[in-house]
Design a protein around this ligand. Structure first.
Ligand code: ISE
Length: 338
């Protein structure tokens, strides 16, 4: 089978990493086209990817004859238009979160894809490809610990970029726990409550950090999340599932434990999500490439998952603002194909 020819749109932190992984680590695919709204940035990245060329307009990049599939890593505000172009041209696309920036346009994308009668969109919720999450999901699905009743999560970032506001903590950070909860428990989240502890005095002025979120699922199971994005420490993502016949926890950061002559013992914590989820990003890309090559186009979170995450986060932001429990407003899943 010939190699999948990929256009990478947006080569900031995520897109540049994906272009490099496709080139160096992924089999069955190569990057043919690079696009970024900063043409000099696109040229800089293209110079490191043999056989790639820069196309300045993202719509031209999607339509190019030497492009079979697209990795979309541009800012979220551009996703709707670019996803519609991919759907129109029948090109499979791996779209970094968010699917789009609001619930209504996310649902429009779901419906457009539905009208086509085949899936073309995978959403970049990479934790589903992380070996520890895969192991935890397999354990739950095996039935060995019985029915999960409660999930405890912690999501800590050492630092966030300037301009990161309290709602972004929900939409950009907590959103991963939304997807993890739906993935592990296999059901929708129906209500969200966000509590606001005393803010970290080292966080930017006005930033509500940390936050404590509580998700309620359709059948009544609960997920609590501490999300704290200015810890100043390192990158920590922990998930514990408490079930009827036992519990299981991942994300303990216990790689090598070193004992030193000072009498101290300890190990290393990943400094950021790029390092913590490096394997997940590689696995995600390889399984997407394999799915596109096999003609199924999606192996992982799809447009519906992107829409569901948007709906839960919208409720989360309303809860953050109002201080009360907010029910999630979401269409029901009608199609048998989903
Ligand atoms: C970032 O966008 C990510 O996706 C990371 O996984 C998350 O930990 C971080 O909080 C987000 O800002």
């Amino acid at each position: 089978m010939s190699e999948l020819r990929i256009a990478v749109l947006g080569v900031g932190l995520m897109g540049a990493g994906h272009a490099r992984r496709i080139t160096k680590q992924i089999s069955g695919a190569r990057v043919t086209v690079i696009n970024d709204y900063l043409v000099e940035k696109a040229e800089e990245v293209a110079a490191t990817i043999p056989g790639s060329r820069v196309v300045a307009d993202p719509l031209d990049a999607i339509a190019a004859d030497d492009v079979d599939a697209v990795v979309l890593a541009t800012p979220g505000t551009t996703h709707e238009k670019l996803l519609l172009a991919c759907l129109e041209l029948g090109k499979p696309v791996l779209c970094e979160k968010p699917l789009t920036t609001d619930v209504d346009t996310s649902f429009e994308i779901v419906k457009r894809e539905e009208d086509l009668g085949r899936k073309l969109i995978q959403v970049g919720f990479m934790r589903r490809f992380d070996p520890e999450y895969v192991q935890l999901k397999a354990l739950i699905d095996s039935g060995a610990i019985g029915l999960p009743l409660i999930v405890h999560c912690a999501h800590r970032n050492p630092v966030v970029p300037p301009g990161f506001d309290s709602a972004m903590i929900v939409r950009d950070s907590l959103v991963h726990e939304v997807d993890v909860a739906r993935f592990l428990l296999d059901e929708e989240i129906v209500a969200v409550t966000i509590l606001k502890p005393t803010p970290n005095s080292h966080a930017g002025a006005g930033l509500q950090d940390p936050q404590l979120a509580l998700f309620e699922t359709a059948s009544g199971r609960l997920v609590d999340v501490e999300v704290f994005v200015t810890t100043g420490v390192a990158y920590e993502v922990r998930t514990e599932v408490v079930a009827e016949r036992g519990s299981a926890m991942i994300g303990l950061d216990v790689g090598m434990v070193r004992k030193s002559t000072s009498g101290a013992w300890g190990g290393q914590i990943a400094p950021g999500f790029k390092q913590r989820f490096a394997q997940a990003f590689t696995n995600e890309l390889q399984s997407w490439v394999d799915a596109v090559q096999a003609g199924t186009n999606v192996d992982g979170p799809d447009a519906w998952d992107g829409y569901a995450a948007a709906a839960v986060c919208a409720a989360g932001v309303r809860s953050l603002e109002s201080g009360v429990r907010v029910e999630v407003e979401m269409a029901s899943k009608v199609s048998a194909s989903r």
